[in-house]
Design a protein around this ligand. Structure first.
Ligand SMILES: C[S@@+](CC[C@H](N)C(=O)[O-])C[C@H]1O[C@@H](n2cnc3c(N)ncnc32)[C@H](O)[C@@H]1O
Length: 291
């Protein structure tokens, strides 16, 4: 597996809140299912890349916050052009655990330990470029979001910024503690000035301010007892974050998880978790040519 340490002028990133590899494994199938809703957009991105490729070239696909490679696993086989991927993540351990794609159109994959701050130096290729990420934007600061939006705008790259949580979570049946858990969880997501559930709207707004056409596609998770491990982990992590934000919720949140667990075991619980994909295809004719 090829791993590049990136530009030597950047020091090794400090990962203050690592994302667990097993969580990324658990959510992969639900992420891929949710992204089916964005499939028509992928056809248009493919056409856009294809129209701009010179003979022998491969499109450059830069995957920010690539983690264990879920975005590449879903996207690479759906892009119908030759591709050269750069997986960027500040967590070397996740990149080391990342899966290899067997998509035929992928000519190379470089794994680079780095941060979103390195995007400007990665977009300089003469080949058409797609900037992508999945489940990343909510973890970023406003400054990082501005950098990404400005880089996409100035480089004329296409962008597919997928699976950003919106904060719209509905659990059926409702529970009296849902609202308290949601409020504390969302505040936790926004801690230290992170974008949290405002991320998709913020990034879409920044892109528009920079003159980029933006589309937004809903890519919600729709979960139930068919994915018991994922639902249980999602609810437990949600409660833990809520309690970290508001320790007074400790007992209520613990009982809430227990009630939800019983409903899940009885097949009585469904969970919808709002996500959005922010999509930029620089010229509108890609939409026309792909039909
Ligand atoms: C929720 S995970 C998503 C991983 C992967 N894209 C997926 O869909 O499974 C977010 C990823 O972004 C990485 N990350 C967070 N902030 C980052 C930053 N500023 N620069 C680079 N990577 C970052 C984390 O290490 C983690 O791998």
């Amino acid at each position: 597996m090829e791993r590049d340490s990136g530009n030597s002028s950047h020091s090794t990133p400090v990962v203050t809140r690592p994302v667990a590899a097993d969580w990324l494994g658990l959510r992969r199938a639900a992420d891929h299912e949710a992204r089916q809703n964005a499939a028509p957009v992928i056809k248009r991105i493919s056409s856009w890349l294809d129209e701009r490729l010179n003979a022998g070239q491969a499109a450059v696909v830069i995957d920010l916050g690539a983690g264990t490679g879920s975005n590449q696993a879903w996207l690479a086989p759906r892009l119908t052009v030759p591709q050269q991927w750069i997986l960027v993540d500040h967590d070397a351990g996740l990149l080391d655990a990342s899966t290899a794609t067997d998509a035929q159109q992928v000519r190379s994959t470089t794994r680079m330990v780095g941060t979103v701050h390195q995007l400007p130096e990665l977009v300089g290729s003469e080949a058409p470029t797609l900037v992508t990420c999945a489940a990343l934007l909510d973890l970023l600061s406003p400054q990082e979001a501005t950098l990404i939006a400005q880089t996409i705008a100035s480089s004329q790259a296409a962008a597919l910024l997928s699976l950003t949580v919106t904060g719209h979570v509905s659990l059926t049946p409702e529970d009296p503690v849902d609202h308290q858990v949601a409020a504390a969880f969302d505040a936790h997501q926004r801690r230290e000035d992170l974008l949290g559930p405002d991320a998709a709207e913020t990034v879409a707004g920044l892109l528009r301010e920079n003159g980029v056409d933006v589309e937004v596609v809903e890519t919600d998770w729709v979960l139930d007892a068919a994915q018991p491990e994922l639902v249980e982990r999602y609810l437990t992590d949600r409660a833990n974050a809520a309690v970290e934000q508001n320790p007074d919720l400790a007992e209520a949140a613990q009982q809430w998880v227990q009630r939800r667990r019983v409903q899940l075991q009885h097949g009585d619980l469904s969970v919808r978790v709002g996500h959005q994909d922010v999509v930029c295809i620089p010229e509108a004719q890609a939409a026309l040519s792909a039909g």
